[in-house]
Design a protein around this ligand. Structure first.
Ligand code: FAD
Length: 572
């Protein structure tokens, strides 16, 4: 590693150096700056916010003040039981306990020192039926932001929401607005009118750009945190890439080499370096080496392009151990021609009137399960004689008219869809003809569809139990009975789109302890070095307990890292 054993010759002296501007990195920088530390956060790309800023901005925080104030009953102990049940022995107890006991404290402090606010919402845990699971109020939505509260430069360099998390791919909405519109729940037309009005009535901005000044989700998290960082004197460098860590003679990480404007800058961090540079989802070689499945491609990922595992590689060069490298935050995704990131199918699979089939034309899972379980199922089911990579999602015209399927939007006739979206599907007048276009056995596909159509009448999916779990039903259409997740696929024409086992980030990374200290291969902390977010092996092990399970731990372990490296024993 560069500079190993070399002290002195520094270009810049600070207290805390943070690598990467995702929610965890930005929050760490804010926690440190607010404590009076000299902080620098560096970002490889020209935009700050990372995949976090493109995300839904949900954070999963058990037993928060917000949930309790809404009359919900929850405790860190119940959350521990839930996570422990999902992770088995794959994650150290001390880390799980640190997360469940600190997340609500972190929330309180970030709200005290920034304009960020998180409100607990009635969003079901992904496996609410398991011990310790809850039917809602652990996932939190963040407050929105008016772009006019940011400086012009901070707005222009703020990474925007992923198209899959916006109405029509470009109009921001809140999570509580999106649910009725997606599922055609009560009041969806009024809600849609409100969302459209908010966007189109901002005439000065519409004349300037298609980008909305109504900043939502993860983008709002990044914006609020940037303002807080500015207020507390933290510094952020864009287009500044971690090249390597620097250790002193005792083995302590004392700084890093950052490449900016073609120059290598040696930054000394007296208190610590926080690696928050994301996962390795956009690194083909690392995917091939670590992720399961016969094939695994960066373009199936919805994660942003700069997450090439740099922080993990730098940690390993500094002697760190890794864990969970074969795991990702899986999600079935669609690939839109011309787009660099895939579109995750978070909820569409749960809507009634579609099925997912492998290349034999047969179903192999409950399509309405959470995206993490569904994405992983695509990989696990894949066999040389029974390929499920890629799979197909099949729907009929009733579905097409009523619900979205990625960028294939309801209410928009085929001929009005952009050409690149039309290229994503095959379409036919009969299921047999559709099978021919998909290259699958027509008899098998027809049998599959006929069987599901019978299930839609009885309401019972005898094969995979679609609609039986609380989370399945969250995105069901309650007007469809007896099972809101099942409707017959019988109205021509029929459509099929290819689906890939993608992800919204990887979750294997550097091994860390309960204060986010990076551990070496002997299990000992490497002094001065911390890792959070997808740069570290996830506290959730192979599981995805509920919406916000990636951002909340990133911010919580960022908080714990700052308390540890600045020697602050207490919470806010
Ligand atoms: P990032 O947020 O990606 O930040 C890492 C940053 O490090 C990037 O900006 C990157 O450019 C930078 N970087 C990389 N290498 C270097 C280097 N060498 N030097 C300097 N900087 C570097 N999760 C949730 O919890 N809740 C949600 O609601 C949610 N919704 C999602 C919706 C979508 C559409 C997607 C795609 C993801 C969603 N996720 C959600 C997942 C979540 O966004 C990611 O898991 C999370 O953002 C990862 O955070 P991170 O800080 O590890 O990485």
């Amino acid at each position: 590693m560069s500079g190993e054993g070399v002290s002195g010759g520094w270009d810049k002296q600070i207290d805390v150096l943070v690598i990467g501007t995702g929610a965890g990195g930005m929050a760490s920088a804010v926690f440190a700056a607010h404590r009076g530390a000299r902080v620098l956060i560096v970002e490889k790309s020209g935009l700050y916010g990372g995949t976090s800023a493109t995300s839904g901005g949900g954070v999963w925080i058990p037993a928060s003040d917000s949930a309790l104030a809404q009359g919900q009953q929850d405790t860190p102990e119940e959350a521990y039981t839930y996570i422990k049940g999902l992770t088995g022995n794959m994650v150290a107890d001390a880390r799980i306990r640190a997360f469940v006991e600190t997340a609500h404290v972190m929330k309180r402090e970030i709200e005290a020192i920034s304009d960020l606010r998180f409100t607990a919402i009635p969003y079901t845990d992904y496996q609410a039926e398991k011990p310790g699971g809850k039917m809602g109020y652990r996932s939190h939505a963040c407050n929105t932001m008016d772009a006019r509260d940011l400086s012009r430069e901070d707005f222009e360099t703020l990474r925007t929401t992923h198209p899959s998390a916006m109405l029509f791919g470009f109009i921001p909405w809140t999570i509580m607005e999106s649910a009725p519109m997606i599922t055609r729940g009560p009041g969806w037309k009024t809600t849609m009118a409100k969302v459209l009005w908010r966007y189109y009535s901002d005439i000065p901005q519409r004349l300037r750009s298609a980008r909305s000044r109504f900043v939502v989700f993860g983008s709002a998290i990044a914006g609020h945190l940037k303002n807080a960082l500015n207020r507390d004197g933290g510094e952020l460098w864009l287009n500044a890439t971690l090249v390597d860590l620097v250790k002193d003679a005792s083995g302590r990480v004392e700084g890093a080499v950052i490449r900016k404007d073609g120059r290598d800058i040696r930054v000394h961090a007296a208190k610590g370096v926080i690696l928050a540079a994301g996962g390795f989802e956009r690194n083909q070689a690392m995917r091939e080496e670590h992720l399961p499945g016969a094939e695994s491609r960066p373009e199936w990922s919805a994660g942003q392009e700069n997450n090439t595992g740099d922080g993990i590689a730098a940690g390993v060069r500094a002697g760190a151990a890794t864990d969970l490298m074969g795991e990702a935050w899986w999600a079935p995704t669609l690939s839109v021609p011309g787009e660099t990131r895939a579109r995750p199918l978070f909820y569409e699979r749960a809507l009634p009137g579609n099925i997912m089939v492998g290349q034999t034309g047969e179903r192999y899972m409950n399509e309405a399960r959470s995206y993490d379980i569904a994405g992983r199922a695509m990989i696990d089911a894949d066999r040389p004689d029974r390929r499920t990579i890629p799979s197909w999602i099949v729907l009929d015209s009733r579905f097409r008219r009523k619900y979205p399927m990625g960028p294939v939007l309801p209410l928009v006739p085929d001929w009005l869809l952009p050409k690149r979206v039309r290229q994503m599907y095959v379409k036919a007048k009969t299921i047999r003809e559709l099978a021919g276009k998909m290259g699958v056995d027509p008899d098998r596909l027809e049998n599959t569809v006929n069987r599901v159509n019978r299930f839609a009448v009885t309401g019972v999916d005898e094969d995979f139990g679609r609609g039986s779990a609380p989370y399945d039903r969250y995105y069901g259409d309650q007007s469809v009975q007896p099972n809101p997740n099942l409707a017959p696929i019988d109205e021509a024409p029929f459509y099929a789109l290819k689906v890939y086992p993608g992800d919204i980030g990887t979750k294997g990374g550097l091994a860390t302890d309960e204060t986010a200290r990076v551990l070496d291969t002997a299990g000992q902390p490497i002094p001065g070095l911390y890792a959070i977010g997808n740069n570290a092996a996830s506290v959730m092990g192979p599981s995805y307990p509920g919406a916000g399970s990636t951002l909340a731990p990133a911010m919580t372990f960022g908080y714990l890292a700052i308390l540890d490296c600045l020697g602050d024993p207490g919470a806010a």
